[in-house]
Design a protein around this ligand. Structure first.
Ligand code: GLA
Length: 725
């Protein structure tokens, strides 16, 4: 078992193959955190001590009158508000008496193999029960009877621990859940740096890194989505940590709405992290007999640097988050018409697109926005999911038949959570959008957000989608989400439940996505939110790939893809070659190959030479598909450290194949350049498939390749493909 309970000391020890996580039931039934880091032996667990920086003004707990103990300075496993711990609270309720004092103590626990799903929510899963063990600890607030179960799952072979909580009301009075975080971790000391992913539309997930300071540092969303602006990921690393060395604690939340990750350094120079649903805008009314489930937090620890932390996330998500047919099946090579035509298309234009696409070797045509209602620009028709026959003459099936007859599959775009004020559906149901009585409705991209907390509205939208998908031969669906939530309230809910609408909205989205994946198990779903505005593990549970950014400029894409790779696997990052002006097609391809590859341009406009070049690219795409999609990623030179060039490498699991890509961002004339490779087998001999030259793994990793004379002009790039002999 990866989870042990040591009776004598009432200690829980959770072991992955590389880490130990230890906490104890202390005097007064407090759950006290002792250790998270590289594996330590069971025999030395007793040596562990929690911090004891007791000082005047730290309140004592009458139920744990032990020398130097105060909840204020103790690393608590799941901190609460108002009972002696003044640092970040992981949990607080407003009880029936109207106060928020909450104090959870250990009651009992159980350990079992395997892992349970979270009702109505995405989460990581086990393929076999033997992959993971789960620990459930029941805690209680003795005064109010509030019950909270802390749930830990240890994926022994992955170096991953997941955490979440369940809140139950078995009393006879309702209470409000005010704050409910999924995880709380105390770190000894403050000598850490925090890494997060920040950005905006068109510039998602750049890497920020800064030393922790006293007080609170946080990343959050209150946009009703995980957002372009911050991603629900952070790493806490020891100072000086590099791609290959150093302690890294990676945290990611399986959630697609308002989140917060707060890190507090207290006056004693100790650190606490809490992560979960953003308490801002959240208040859940729990009636007797009801329960509430938090989203799941994924925790990765490694002492082998950021590169290994990312690879642990990648392997774990590829095996234990991504589901369905497309987890393993090769994905069709697509062309999307959005950047080529916008909404200015008709059936003949798309068929011509398809003909050219087929000629150059593509496999699927995706018809993007503009095929429904009266949609010629972004000002109308969202919600009217009826085919625009004035554009697609003869209807959708007829168009798909023509595309299929050319030998291409067909994909379609939807934006199921949105409604245009200029739509038949809005005219019939003006109250179906999120709004607050008496207030203006904020409008973004000329659209409102549908109130997905309402079941009848969800059922209607899903009914329309179901009709279209079941009556047409559709292989792929792009699910878009092009604005954030404002005026979040719901006239159908009583006033005590208005704080639930953000969360109910995302539960509604998850419900529709769940129905979609069950009713159409072969459908390949790609998520999107104005590019990568909802690139999170919650979405990856329903769709194996997400459009990484609307920005398809290959140089701009570098920071976006490097940042995204912090925790999301290559196979999940939608990346397309487009007609944008910067760099030639070679570099566009090299960048887009690092992802779920495709094209996003008008093939009618390509010259004969460009078509030939793209056909050659497609052959390379097939040749490298496995090593890129299923291999391990090594970030060799990142754009956050080097303004001139970047390099990355994919290595197959058996270390028999490697693909290295180098992009010269700007010219560095005559600069000496040795590149040491990573992740190869020191004992093997590798052949460069282009030059035929052979090298030992030891040479490639220790001495490295001299690439000084490779192309090094602005925006130039090249690959080195190695096969073990
Ligand atoms: C968003 C997406 C684009 C495209 C448009 C269509 O911006 O990110 O890829 O689908 O919507 O309106």
């Amino acid at each position: 078992m990866a989870i042990k309970f040591i009776e004598e000391t009432k200690t829980f020890k959770l072991d992955t193959k590389t880490s130990s996580y230890i906490f104890r039931v202390f005097e007064g039934n407090y759950l006290v955190h002792y250790y998270y880091g590289a594996t330590i032996p069971d025999t030395e667990v007793e040596e562990l001590r929690f911090r004891a920086n007791y000082a005047s003004f730290c309140p004592d707990s009458p139920s744990a009158m032990v020398y130097n103990f105060s909840p204020d300075v103790t690393p608590l496993e799941y901190s609460t508000f108002g009972a002696g711990d003044f640092r970040l609270s992981a949990f607080a309720v407003e009880n029936a008496e109207g106060n928020k004092v909450t104090d959870l103590r250990y009651v009992s626990h159980k350990i079992y193999s395997g892992k349970q799903p979270i009702p109505g929510m995405p989460s990581t899963y086990v393929n076999e029960d033997s992959e993971a063990d789960t620990l459930e600890i029941l805690t209680e607030d003795a005064v109010t009877g509030v019950l909270v179960t802390l749930i830990y799952t240890v994926f022994n072979n992955h170096g991953v621990i997941t955490r979440r909580v369940k809140v139950e009301n078995k009393t006879d009075k309702p209470f409000y859940i005010d704050t409910v975080h999924s995880a709380c971790i105390d770190f000894p000391g403050m000598d850490y740096e925090m890494i997060d992913l920040y950005g905006r539309w068109g510039k998602e997930r750049a890497v920020d890194r800064y030393p922790l300071h006293h007080g609170i540092q946080s990343i959050k969303s209150k946009r009703g989505s995980s957002s372009h602006n911050h991603n629900p990921f952070t790493a806490i690393v020891t100072k000086g940590t590099t791609e290959d060395h150093g302690d890294c604690y990676g945290f990611n939340l399986v959630y697609s709405s308002n989140f917060s990750i707060d890190v507090e350094v207290d006056g004693f120079a100790c650190t606490r992290l809490v992560m979960g649903i953003n308490p801002d805008g959240f208040k859940w009314y729990l009636e007797p007999g009801e329960e509430f489930h938090s989203p799941e937090a994924v925790m990765v620890y490694t002492n082998e640097g950021l590169g290994e932390m990312s690879r642990i996330f990648h392997r774990f998500y590829a095996n234990n988050l991504i589901r369905g047919k497309w987890k393993k099946a090769k994905r069709p090579l697509l062309i999307n018409n959005w950047e080529g035509t916008g909404m200015d298309f008709d059936d003949d234009k798309l068929v011509s697109f398809a003909k050219h696409a087929k000629d150059i070797g593509l496999e699927m045509l995706v018809m993007d926005d503009g095929w429904f209602g009266k949609r010629d620009d972004d000002k109308s028709s969202l919600g009217d999911w009826v085919v625009a026959e004035y554009k697609l003459k003869g209807g959708l099936s007829h168009l798909i038949d023509r595309v299929n007859a050319l030998g291409l599959k067909f994909g379609i775009w939807f934006e199921p959570e949105m409604i245009s004020p200029d739509s038949d559906i809005y005219r019939a149901h003006p109250d179906w959008c999120l709004h607050t009585e008496g207030r203006d409705k904020s409008i973004a991209r000329t659209q409102y957000v549908i109130d997905y907390s309402r079941k009848e509205v969800r059922d209607y939208i899903y009914g329309r989608m179901h009709d279209i998908l079941s009556n047409n031969n559709i292989d792929y669906l792009k699910w878009d989400f092009n604005r954030n939530l404002t005026e979040v309230s719901c006239s159908q809910l009583p006033k005590e439940r208005q704080g639930e609408v953000f969360h109910r909205f995302v539960l509604g989205t998850y419900e529709i996505m769940d129905r979609l994946t069950k009713d159409f198990p072969d459908l390949l779903i790609e998520n999107c939110s104005g590019g990568g505005g909802r690139f999170d593990p919650g979405m990856l549970y329903y769709s194996p790939q997400i459009w990484t950014s609307d920005n398809t400029d290959p140089i701009e894409r570098l920071t976006i893809q490097f940042g995204t790779s912090m925790c999301y696997p290559t196979s999940t990052m939608g990346a397309h070659v487009s007609a944008c002006r910067r760099t030639g097609y070679e570099t566009k391809m090299n960048v887009a190959l690092w992802g779920s590859f495709g094209y996003e341009l008008d093939p009618d406009k390509l010259t004969a030479e460009e078509k030939a070049e793209i056909t050659a690219q497609i052959e390379l795409y097939h040749r490298y598909y496995d090593v890129i999609h299923y291999g391990d990623l090594y970030r060799l030179i990142t754009p956050f450290e080097n303004e001139f060039k970047v390099a990355w490498q994919h290595v197959s699991e058996d270390k028999n194949e490697a693909l290295v890509t180098v992009i010269q961002i700007k010219q560095a004339y005559n600069q000496f350049f040795m590149l040491r490779l990573k992740g190869l087998d020191l004992q093997k001999t590798y052949k460069d498939t282009e030059t035929g030259k052979t090298y030992s793994g030891a040479y490639l990793m220790n001495a490295g390749l001299n690439l000084t004379y490779k192309p090094n002009g602005d925006g130039q790039s090249y690959r080195i493909h190695l096969l073990a002999e």
